[in-house]
Design a protein around this ligand. Structure first.
Ligand SMILES: *[C@@H]1O[C@H](CO)[C@@H](O)[C@H](O)[C@H]1NC(C)=O
Ligand SMILES: *[C@@H]1O[C@H](CO)[C@@H](O)[C@H](O)[C@H]1NC(C)=O
Ligand SMILES: *[C@@H]1O[C@H](CO)[C@@H](O)[C@H](O)[C@H]1NC(C)=O
Length: 494
């Protein structure tokens, strides 16, 4: 008897050990641990709640606490449920369920994610915003594996549709695993210099990978140069990434030695983008997010002898290279790996890496974040009442479209309507009443170039000014004296 129990315990211990190590070994591939069930109530937030027992903290899968799930006060498409995972985490799957013992469930929803809870990105799949299929009853769990995993601290579920004979209600779980992140922030005048001992000209293969996030459209992300005029530069230029490789010794200015690749667009959107540069002999794969360009280096590689240093975020001491603007990168770099060496880790240890200027190892978000208007029906509405005598609006926009409405408002006391819009790539302002134009102004040109532009509008007691990119537009033409003051409901369109 005793003997039997002992064996049993021994076997259990052995099995536990096996299970431990098995799951440890599989940890990397099996990124599917439940992330929500252990979170405290304070990690949940929502647009509203039907009652205290319907609060978002009850939205955990298979739980029956409170009213058995979250339900918002109103069932409409302006509701959301938010989860704070505590730190940036890799999310690979999501599962939903209706509210326990009710006829409340969500039949389709969108997913958004964010690092900070302020600047959100839509989950996309197959190149469009992805609507997930939800539930058809209160109890069955519908699980969905994400085609691309998401790295985020905050997740938001936006119900699109729900049981027509019930309310909007849900419980959920998300699955994933910890995400290791080493970040460095550059302020536009700082950089990191990495000195290494390997002879890179003699390695057959080089791999550089990183993620970056910025609101600034230009700046040098990486630069290395050799004694013989050979150089490698990765630069963000007007929202696109340029990879410039110069080879060889002879005729260093000749075009044969110049290699320029361009990838991506609108990358200065304060969301993470990944870059991978792989070289095998003369062959280069340059990957930005999901797009890869394959390329064969022109020119003589045999003299491509580097100084065994690479700089990140800028060119320290304003390098010898004259091909590039001297603008430093302003933003965050994450998980910067050069041939499997974690450069940011080394920088933290001040080991082989020297920082110049202000480099910090955290990524803070600017106070202003952009919003994207994805379709002609999307707009933002600011409810009134606004100050009556003064209208002062400033905004930044970017678009590839030649025409579109930026803002409109009805003026105070039926004085007319104000329209601020883009037409033929110019910003136009028009104030009209009963089909009669009271004032108009135009500023800027070719503004539909995908770059950020600023617009300022100031109206006060019959005077109105319009500025684009800090330059005043044509003076407003008033066909008759008019009274400018804003009314209710300022609307912003794209
Ligand atoms: C919940 O969301 C609301 C609205 O966005 C916000 O004002 C509030 O601070 C959030 N609460 C928590 C605990 O994050
Ligand atoms: C780098 O190459 C030089 C010349 O080819 C050689 O003398 C040196 O030992 C090499 N260094 C390393 C670390 O391989
Ligand atoms: C580039 O990618 C292709 C396709 O994945 C692969 O076959 C090739 O080996 C890669 N080349 C380099 C230089 O990494």
């Amino acid at each position: 008897m005793d003997f039997g129990i002992k064996t049993h315990t021994g076997m259990l211990a052995l099995m536990t050990t096996l299970l431990c190590c098995l799951s440890g070994a599989l940890g990397k591939d099996n990124c599917d641990s439940p992330l929500v069930s252990s979170l405290p109530q304070t990690s949940f937030n929502s647009s509203s709640q039907l009652s205290n027992t319907h609060s978002p903290g009850f939205a955990k899968l298979n739980r029956r606490d409170g009213a058995g799930g979250w339900s918002p006060l109103e069932s409409d498409k302006y509701q959301w449920l938010e989860i704070d995972l505590g730190e940036r985490t890799e999310v690979t799957a999501i599962a939903t369920q209706g509210r326990y013992g009710s006829s409340d469930w969500v039949t389709s929803y969108l997913l958004m994610f964010s690092d900070t809870g302020r600047n959100w990105k839509q989950y996309r799949q197959e190149d469009s915003i992805w609507a997930f299929s939800g539930n058809t009853n209160a109890d069955s769990v519908v699980q969905y594996k994400l085609q691309q995993s998401v790295i985020a601290r905050f997740l938001r579920v936006l119900p699109l549709d729900w049981n027509s004979n019930g309310r909007l209600g849900m419980r959920l779980e998300v699955y994933g695993c910890p995400y290791k992140s080493d970040v460095a922030s550059f302020d536009g005048s700082s950089s990191l210099l990495y000195r290494f001992s390997q002879n890179s000209s003699q390695t057959a293969k080089d791999v550089i990978s990183m993620q970056f996030k910025t609101l600034h459209n230009s700046g040098i992300i990486m630069h290395g140069e050799g004694r013989e005029g050979h150089s490698l530069t990765l630069e963000l230029h007007k929202g696109k990434l340029l990879l410039h490789i110069k080879t060889g010794k002879a005729r260093s200015m000749s075009l044969e030695n110049q290699n320029l690749l361009t990838l991506g667009s609108l990358l200065d959107d304060q969301h993470w983008h990944s870059v991978v540069i792989e070289r095998v002999n003369r062959h280069i794969n340059f990957t930005v997010d999901k797009n890869t360009q394959q390329f064969e280096i022109n020119g003589d590689l045999s003299h491509s002898d580097t100084n065994n240093e690479l700089s990140f975020g800028g060119i320290p001491g304003h390098g010898k290279s004259r091909t590039f603007s001297k603008r430093n990168f302003h933003g965050c770099l994450e998980n910067l790996l050069y041939n499997d060496v974690n450069v940011i880790d080394l920088a933290k240890l001040k080991h082989h890496v020297t920082a110049s200027g202000d480099v910090t190892f955290a990524c803070s978000e600017p106070t202003n974040v952009p919003v994207t208007f994805l379709g002609p029906e999307s707009y933002l509405q600011l409810p009134g009442p606004l100050p009556k005598e003064i209208l002062s609006v400033s905004l930044h926009f970017r678009t590839w479209n030649k025409a579109g409405l930026l803002m409109t408002t009805e003026m105070y006391q039926h004085a007319g309507s104000l329209w601020l819009y883009l037409s033929e790539g110019k910003v136009k302002l028009q104030i009209s009443k009963s089909g009669r134009i009271l004032a108009d102004a135009t500023a800027g040109s070719s503004l539909n170039d995908g770059q950020w532009h600023s617009v300022g509008l100031n109206a006060r007691r019959g005077r109105i000014s319009l500025t684009v990119d800090k330059e005043a537009g044509s003076a407003a033409h008033a066909s008759s004296p008019f009274h400018v003051a804003s009314g209710n409901n300022l609307l912003f369109w794209r």
